[in-house]
Design a protein around this ligand. Sequence first.
Ligand code: NAG
Ligand code: NAG
Length: 265
Amino acid sequence: MTYVECFMIIMATWFMFISYGHGADVAEPPMIDDVAASPGTTNGLDTAWYDARATYYGDIHGVGTEQGACGYGDPNKHGYGVATAALSTALFNNGATCGACYEIMCAPNPQGCLSGSIKITATNLCPPDSTWCNLPNKHFDLSLPMFIKIAQVKAGIVPVRYRRVPCAKTGGVKFEVKGNPSFLTILPYNVGGAGDIKAVYVKGSKTEWIAMSRNWGQNWTSNVNLTGQSVSLRVTTSDEVTKDFTDVMPQSWGFGQTFDGKTNF
Ligand SMILES: *[C@@H]1O[C@H](CO)[C@@H](O)[C@H](O)[C@H]1NC(C)=O
Ligand SMILES: *[C@@H]1O[C@H](CO)[C@@H](O)[C@H](O)[C@H]1NC(C)=O
C-alpha cells in the first residue's frame, strides 16, 4: 500500500467517525429552551418556534366555532372540526394566513401547562377588541377541546410556543364556488402542505389563465363570466408550491357547488 492510499483510508475512517458523531447529536431531542432559538425551514416553511399566548373560546363541544373571518363559515362543514384557532391581528396577516397549520405547546408555566403539543389550522380572526388579540400581541384563541390538551382550564391564559407545520389533510383540495356570473368567488379549503394560499389563477376552457384576487380570508374573486365553460384552477401556497387542478369544475358547474380537486399539496 502506498503512502497516499494509506492516508486516504485514514481520512475516510475519520470522516465516517465525524459524520456518525454529528448524526447522533442531531437525533437528540432538543431541550425546551433550545427550541425557541432554533430557526429552520421545511420545504420553504419557516418552522422555527416563536412565543405567543393562548386562551380559549366556546364550550367543550367546540360551539362558538361557527363565524369565520377566513370565509370558511362553519369549520365543521369544511372539515376543520375543533382543531382550529382564531389568530390575533399580528398573526392573521389580513387573512393571508387562513388555512396555515401550527403546532402549539404550553410553556413555560409549571402551574397551568400540560405536557405535549397540539396541531391546529388557522380558521378565524380573534376579535381585535379583546385585549390579548390587539396589535402587536401574538395570540391564539383556541377551541376549548384543544386548549385543555395543553393547559388547565383554570389557567385561562397561558404562554405558548408555536411553529408552522405542514398541514396534514385527507383527500383533495376542495373548492366552494359562490358569487354570480359577473362576480366569481372561489373558497379553497382542506389545503395540505403550507395550507395558506398566496395566489389563485382561473382558466375557462375558452380563456387564458386569469389572476384572481383575495378579497376576504381565503375567498378569491374575479369578475370573469365562465358560465358554460369547464374551469381549471392554479393554486400557489405560501411556500411557492403551485398545483393545477385541470377542469376541476365541469362545464355544467353552478354557483353554490363544491368541487373536489382530487389531489392535494
Ligand atoms: C367567502 O366565501 C364563503 C364561501 O364561498 C361565503 O359564504 C362568504 O360569504 C364569502 N365571504 C365574502 C366576504 O365574500
Ligand atoms: C355569462 O355567460 C353566459 C354564457 O356565455 C351568458 O349566457 C350570460 O348572459 C353571461 N352573463 C353575464 C352577466 O354576462
